[in-house]
Design a protein around this ligand. Sequence first.
Ligand SMILES: *Cc1c(COP(=O)(O)O)cnc(C)c1O
Length: 426
Amino acid sequence: MMHHFRYLNDELYCEDVPVQQICEKVGTPVFIYSRGTLERHFRIFEEPFSSLDHLVCYSMKACSNLAILRTFANLGSGIDIVSGGELFRALKAGVDASRIVYSGVGKKASEMDEALTSGILMFNVESEEELALLDQRATSLGRKAPIALRVNPDVDPLTHPYISTGLKNNKFGIDVERSLNLYRKAKEMTGIEVVGVDCHIGSQLTELSPFLEATDRLKNLIGTLRFEGLEVRYLDIGGGLGIPYDEEAPPLPSAYGEAIVGRVRDLDLKLILEPGRLLVGNAGILITRVLYQKQGSEKTFVIVDAAMNDLIRPSLYKAHHSVWKVYRNAADAPEGRVIADLVGPICESGDFLAQSRDMDAVRSGDLLALMSAGAYGFSMSSNYNSRPKAAEVLVDGGNYWIIRERETYEDLIRGEHIPPDIFQTS
Ligand SMILES: *Cc1c(COP(=O)(O)O)cnc(C)c1O
């Protein structure tokens, strides 16, 4: 999908702001998001569903900054959360609880209570024990928990094993056959109100067929449930539509939308969608500065100031991020190309951002952009090696705002204590 990162006179801009200008002010590494791109992606994704009763719930674990949440909420988005912390963030961003769905295999009692008291739209329940606990918590709070069961439709999403979730051997969801029994039990529970059916089969899907297969299985289940007198008001088909990082050509959101709409149009229910990566992935980049270049006996290493703690996707999934120079074709730039590993300062061989990458020659001080870093970038970042987390910046036309300050050393030790016995020196 189109984004607003482009070259003007061989200098990289985000919308109308030179990337270099942001780096001078904020330093590196820094995540830069484009508001125009976020909004464009949301509109393009939602458009095909306009003829249908629907709610897009942005899956916020992809990028959970308050400003990003608010950007989507302003467009009418709901939010898909997977923890109490995400509920807290979503409410802080001003998202209406009635537009929040809560997914995840390991909801704690305290998190259930928080979601129940705020009055969220729906819990996507993933096991029998979870359902029993939710019934108990809701009953003791004098409430009814609106639920869908997250059904595991057992379709192969044809994606990386770490991000496929809808197969029988995954920890997610409940088998279709088992779910039927559990729905029957749920119907009798005083603290539970059955309102929907849910699934989410995986992430970064580049084919349509798994989505359609899953939807068909859920349609069958909905038919059975309705026959048994259960009211199914919501069908939540999760997220997972892929984006182009490299050569892959995932279906366009329009094709995805039209195919789904065709499948569910006659069902008389509200469709819920939980896109994450698709909305934010290509709307964010990570800028890093080259520290050193080092010639090994077999490989060339370009050592940069961002690392796996900032962007773990290459280490975790062998994910590809394109590398763009912030200044290309500069008159004084080194000539030619290199094949290099782009690595960070972290003490792990797995700390790389790109491997054997054919790229323009670089030198110390150059700024590089890791493209498509908006999803599962900052939100998966950590403080490993006691590295403060990067700053986050949101660009809007010719303006930009720091939406998360770079962490300080003091942030690193917040909440740590040395017990008096250990503190004492003899
Ligand atoms: C992660 C997740 C999503 C979003 O997945 P994307 O691939 O980012 O679209 C949606 N629903 C659930 C339950 C998830 O866990």
